[in-house]
Design a protein around this ligand. Structure first.
Ligand SMILES: [Mg+2]
Length: 209
C-alpha cells in the first residue's frame, strides 16, 4: 500500500522542450565566450547552464579568470516561458489519496518559475527544490528523500518515486528501499532495474491500487 508519491518535475510533469528555452543572459555569455572558449567546451556548457550553477561550470571548464569576471557580472538565471503547460494528465494527481511531494533538481529561480507558472503547488502537498546553484553534486536528492521519510514517518517501501533520471532520483530512491517508476515521456531512454515504467499518470491508478 503506497502512502506517498515523490515526483520529479522535468519530463514527469512538464516537457522542457515544449516551449522555447529562455535565453536570458545566456546569449550574451556565449557571445563573450566566442573567441576564448573552444566550440566543444561551449556545447557542453550550453547543456549545463540550464541545470547547474555558474561557479561549478566556470571551474569545471577552466574558464580564464578575466572572462569569468565578465560572465559573472552579467549572469542571470532565466525564468520559464509564460506559455509553459504541464502534461494534461497531471489532473489525475488530484484524485490520488496519497501524500504528494514534488522534488526537483535545478537552479532555484528557474525551477521556481516552472512551479509558479504551471501552478504545480495545486497538485502537491509540498514542493521542494534541490538547488544546484552552488553545488555540483548530482546525488543530493537522496538526502531530501531521507529527510522526508523521517518527517512524514514513512517506510521506504510505502513511497513511490517517479522520475525520468536514474542518477538524479531513481537509483538514490532504490538504494533507500523506496519503490521506483521511471517516467518514459518524450523519448526518455528506458533503463532496466526499476519497479515500474509509465508513459502517463493514467497508469498510476493500477500501480497504486
Ligand atoms: Mg526529470
Amino acid at each position: 500500500m503506497f502512502k506517498a508519491i515523490i515526483c520529479d518535475l522535468d519530463r514527469c510533469l512538464f516537457n522542457p522542450h515544449s516551449v522555447p528555452l529562455p535565453q536570458g543572459s545566456f546569449l550574451k555569455i556565449f557571445r563573450l565566450m566566442e573567441k576564448e572558449v573552444d566550440s566543444k567546451k561551449k556545447e557542453k556548457i550550453k547543456k549545463e547552464i540550464y541545470k547547474w550553477g555558474l561557479p561549478g561550470i566556470l571551474k569545471r571548464h577552466q574558464i580564464p579568470e578575466q572572462l569569468q569576471q565578465k560572465i559573472k557580472a552579467i549572469y542571470q538565471v532565466p525564468t520559464v516561458s509564460p506559455q509553459a503547460k504541464p502534461y494534461p494528465d497531471i489532473v489525475i494527481l488530484k484524485k490520488l489519496p496519497q501524500l504528494k511531494i514534488l522534488v526537483t533538481t535545478g537552479l532555484e529561480k528557474f525551477q521556481n518559475s516552472k512551479i509558479k507558472t504551471m501552478h504545480l503547488e495545486e497538485y502537491f502537498d509540498e514542493c521542494i527544490i534541490n538547488k544546484t546553484d552552488n553545488t555540483s553534486n548530482l546525488w543530493t536528492k537522496k538526502r531530501i528523500f531521507k529527510k522526508n521519510l523521517k518527517k512524514h514517518q514513512l517506510n521506504p517501501a510505502e513511497v513511490l518515486v517517479i522520475g525520468d533520471s536514474p542518477y538524479d532520483e531513481l537509483i538514490p530512491a532504490k538504494e533507500l528501499g523506496m519503490k521506483t517508476a521511471q517516467s518514459l515521456r518524450d523519448n526518455v531512454k528506458k533503463v532496466e532495474g526499476f519497479d515500474y515504467y509509465i508513459k502517463s499518470f493514467d497508469e498510476l491508478k493500477e500501480i497504486l491500487k
